[in-house]
Each structure stands twice: as C-alpha cells, then as structure tokens.
Design a binder for this molecule. Sequence first.
Ligand SMILES: Cc1ncc(COP(=O)(O)O)c(C=O)c1O
Length: 450
Amino acid sequence: MLSTADPTSGTIFDELRHREFGRLDRHHQAYLDYTGSALYGESQLRSHREILDAGLFGNPHSESNPSRASSAFIDSARQELLAFLDVDSSTHEVCFTANATAAIKLVAESYPFTPESTLLLSVDNHNSVNGIREYARRTEAHVRYLPLDSELRLHAPEELIAEAARGGGLLAFPAQSNFSGVRHPLGLVDLARSLGLDTLIDIAAMAPSHAISLRECPADFAALSFYKLFGYPTGIGALVARRDALARLHRPWFSGGTVRYVAVEADTHRLRPGAEGFEDGTADFLGIAALPAGFELLREVGMPRLTAHVASLTSVFLGQAASLRHRNGRPLVRIYGPTDMTDRGGTVAFNLEDATGEAIPYDLVDARARDAGVSMRGGCFCNPGASEAAFGLAAPQIATCLDRLGDDFTIDRFATCAGTAVGALRVSVGLANNTTDIERAVDVLASFRG
Ligand SMILES: Cc1ncc(COP(=O)(O)O)c(C=O)c1O
C-alpha cells in the first residue's frame, strides 16, 4: 500500500463516509465510478421513506388532495433545481425527463434545424449528445465538429463558432468531459449566443461536483441526470431551459400530460405552455419526492468544499499514477487529457503500458481491479470522439476496421484491428471517496509493473 497523508481525514467527508456511506467499507469496496453514477447517502433513503410513509400521493394530473400533494413535490423540486443552478422561474423552466439523454433528445427532436443552419458539436461529447446529429441531418442541416488538442481540450473553437453562426443553429458541448474530466470554457456559450447560435450544455458530468450558474452561463438548454448528482433516485433527469429558448422549440408530437386539449373529430391539439408541454406522460411523482434529500446532502457539504475534495483526491491519483514506473524506468500509466488540475474535474482516463510501451488491454486491468474490490470503468465511456482523439484514431483507420469487421465491430475486436489501444480505464471520484480508495486503485495499477 502506498502511503499518503490523507487530505480528507478529520473532515466532514470522513464523517459522511461513516454516516452516509458506511456500506462501502462494510463491502470493502473502493467505488471510483462517480461519473457513471454517484452513490446515495443513507439519509436520502430515510427521508424518502418517511415522506412516502406519511403522505398520500396520487397522479398529479388531477385536483384531488393526493394529486395536489404530488404536484406540490414536483413544483418544489423544480424550484430547488433552479436554485441549485443559480436561476429561478422568472427566466428558466425545468422539464422533468427520464434522464439526461431524454432531456437532450427533447431538444434534438424539437429544434428547428434548416438546410442553412448548423449543428456544431464538440468532438468530446457523450453519445447522448452526438445523437442530435441524426435529427439535424433529417433537415439537411450542416453537422460540424470542434476539434480537440493533444490535452483533449477544444482547439481554437472561436473561429468555427463564428463560421457556424452565419446560418444560425445549435452549439452543444459538455461542461465537463465524461472521458478526460476536461472542463470546457463556458464562456463559449456567451460567444455563441452573441453570434446568434443557440446553446446546449451537457452538465451531467460537471454538476455533481462543481457549482454551475446558469445566470453567469446563460445556456439556452442544460441537461442532467439526478442519479449522477446524488445517486438516488434513478430514472429522473431534467432539461433546464431558458423560457425564450423553450418557446422556440417545436414538439414533433403530443401525448398524455403534454396537452391542454386534443380534439379527435376536429383533428387538432394545443400543448400546455412551458415545461409541461415537454413532459410526456406521468412524471415519476414518487421518485421526485426523493430529490429534496439529495439536494440537502449537497447543501450540507457545500459545492465549493465538494469541488475542493474532488480536486484533492484527483490530484493524489494523478500524482501517484504518474510516479509508477517499470524497472526499466518507463512509465506504467498513460493519462489521456490533462495531467494536472488546471480546468479539469475528478474524472481521469488512462491506459497501462507494459515495459516496452505496448498498451495492456484495459479489460485485464478492469478484471484485476474488480477482484480487488475497486470499481473503475473500462471502455470508451460512450464518448467516441474523445476516445478517437486520445487513441489517435483517424477516419480512414476506423473505416477500414468497420469494413473488415462489419456487424462484429466491438471495442475489443477494434483494438486488435486498429493495432492500438482502443478502450481505456476511467477513475472518477466524488463525495463518498477518501484517500484509501485512491491508494487501493493505485495498488491495482502498481501490480502491473514489470
Ligand atoms: C457527460 C454525460 N452526458 C450524458 C450522459 C447520459 O446520461 P444518462 O445515461 O443518465 O442519460 C452521461 C452518462 O454517463 C454523461 O456522462
């Protein structure tokens, strides 16, 4: 075991680890997949249970007392999310969805793309944002990408934004990469809007450990999932939209829950105004009642303190990983993205390399970590653009592999075909983690030294 002074010991995080996340130590698990999902604290379960025990909740699309009780929770959760993002209902709306993906899809399917307009995506995007391109292409809108530099940061995005803005359109990028942890400059939102582009920021990876102010960063749309914020409940996300931006979307259909009226004989319908016109069917009204306790946990810690905690652990991991060497002096760990803490969050992607510099297949490392009770993530993390940039895969190489493998195309087969590392490992930290978790992960990596 590597020894490190624990920067988190004796802090509120120690206390929370014991009080809220004691099950981690009972299961002897070092959980390092916070970008996959946050962990819920025990107080969240207790609070939810108490609410459900004490109350009576009906379908919110009605006026009975149980229905009103559900509506009250939904309304207050909307306000709480807006306050968390430093705005209020005078400027913004919250549309509850199933997850961040569904929130992004609401924009994708409703955005008024035209053959003149552009969908401008960063190469670094989760597939749930990449998928918008399929809607853009239906209307023959242009699809362009902001490239990445060798640190996986956006490379000179201003010029392309100005070019794309000529015909109008939508810029979509993650506030923080789920691959490299890079925090992309939110100032691009102001720039893009000033040139007439609409903007969607994917805050799923950043919001769990860093405050985001939609007042300071006036993105038209922001998408997140609540389980990534505080672990519980799953199955609820939100699109937070500026009121004026939401009004520019055209929903391609209607459904129960979204309509003021539908006439079958007269073949017409009218959507509900604002967020409700975007919330298909019945909201998860019992799940939404669990949100206040999640926000309460984050309030207790405070976002600045949580950001510092995550930064401190990430820095320990980066430092220790960089110091691991083979007997011949070659580094064991190859980090993708920034190797210091400048403009990055608590997500680190990497591969191990053997003493000759060859990538060690990520699944071997993943399996050894699993056996040691360390949860990290292996693969491309649904972020093919950042992966391709990290592994140095160019379009012709990808096309050749696709041709050769056809429907058998998978990450592992691709790795062999491309003759390069395809599939990385990812360690990501959050509220419940401590330095021991990091040391356990580093011990697993160190066991590959040759
Ligand atoms: C940055 C980012 N965006 C979007 C998503 C999609 O989230 P969900 O699967 O909750 O819809 C993820 C999930 O990992 C993510 O990390």
